[in-house]
Ligand binder design. Structure first.
Ligand code: NAI
Length: 262
């Protein structure tokens, strides 16, 4: 008899790192990964926020937190090894840390703001994927292939985003990077898949959530007629981290309440 549905989705004995895991979609994913049995490490820039995030997990859950700014290549390299050591392995990495910046006309984009977004969303993602895959490839060479890298891109990666040219460009780059990694790493059994959220109620979208105009002009065009919630990203993280998605790599999963096809 083959594996049961429960065993396919189980993350017992597995370890997962979530960047930007102190809030929003990353935290929603981390909570579900933990509930499915994984040991979890959360990275973020803010120790207080990480401590508050830790309180959302049951006390018995095996969860570590570490202050790591993903735009710092040296820190990512140092701390990736530490995360793998403390969790006794590294099976899944969620490349979620991201920043959007304030809306800005393309004629007004300033160099500093543009570089700040690329530093986290592109450079930070690349350092994270580089260091995670180095550990996973070394393990594969020791005879234990496998691993799952989940990138959190955006609808902006395929549609662009008016007044967010730098952000859209960064997410397009992240999607291309995910595909490159999926091709290169497949021979080691490492799968790489992208999740593309639509409009999700998190700190990143706080100002849009407060704007009545946004509700009438944008959220009214979401076929499911509401904002997405961070916890609605838990199941896709468990699916992509687990053996349930063993033949899935190089894919993009849009989760947007139908916004992009309406
Ligand atoms: P959020 O602001 O709650 O989460 C982003 C997290 O990343 C924060 O905890 C932040 O501190 C952390 N972070 C930012 N820069 C970092 C850095 N350099 N190093 C380490 N951590 C860093 O917002 P949300 O919405 O949960 O964002 C998560 C991901 O989802 C981002 O990549 C975002 O671009 C993406 N996304 C969000 C959408 C939304 O509607 N909320 C839509 C599409 C994509």
């Amino acid at each position: 008899m083959g594996p049961t549905v429960n065993s396919m989705f189980s993350l017992d004995g597995k370890s997962a790192l979530v960047t930007g895991g102190g809030s929003g979609i990353g935290l929603g994913m981390a909570l579900a990964l933990s509930e499915a049995g994984a040991r979890v490490t959360l990275w973020g820039r803010n120790a207080d926020r990480l401590a508050r995030a830790r309180e959302r997990f049951p006390s018995s859950a095996r969860v570590w937190t570490d202050v790591v700014d993903v735009s710092d290549a040296t820190a990512v390299a140092d701390r990736m090894g530490a995360a793998a050591d403390q969790m006794d392995g590294l099976d899944t990495v969620v490349v979620n840390a991201g920043t959007a910046g304030a809306p800005c006309r393309i004629t007004d984009v300033d160099e500093h703001g543009h570089r700040r977004i690329q530093a986290t969303n592109v450079d930070g993602a690349l350092w994270t994927i580089r260091e995670a895959s180095t550990i996973m490839v070394a393990r594969a060479r020791r005879g234990v292939p496998g691993g799952s890298i989940i990138t959190v891109a955006s609808l902006a990666a395929i549609e662009g985003a008016g007044r967010h040219a730098s952000y859209g460009a960064s997410k397009g780059a992240l999607l291309a990077m995910s595909n490159a990694a999926a091709v290169e790493l497949a021979r080691y059994g490492i799968r790489v898949n992208a999740v593309l959220p639509g409009w999700i109620a998190t700190e990143m979208t706080a100002s849009q959530q407060e704007a009545e105009e946004f509700e009438t002009h944008v959220i009214s065009r979401v076929p499911l007629r509401r904002w997405g919630r961070p916890e609605e990203f838990g199941a896709v993280a468990v699916f992509l981290a687990s053996d349930a998605s063993s033949y899935q790599t190089g894919s993009r999963i849009v989760i947007d309440g139908g916004y992009s096809i309406f």
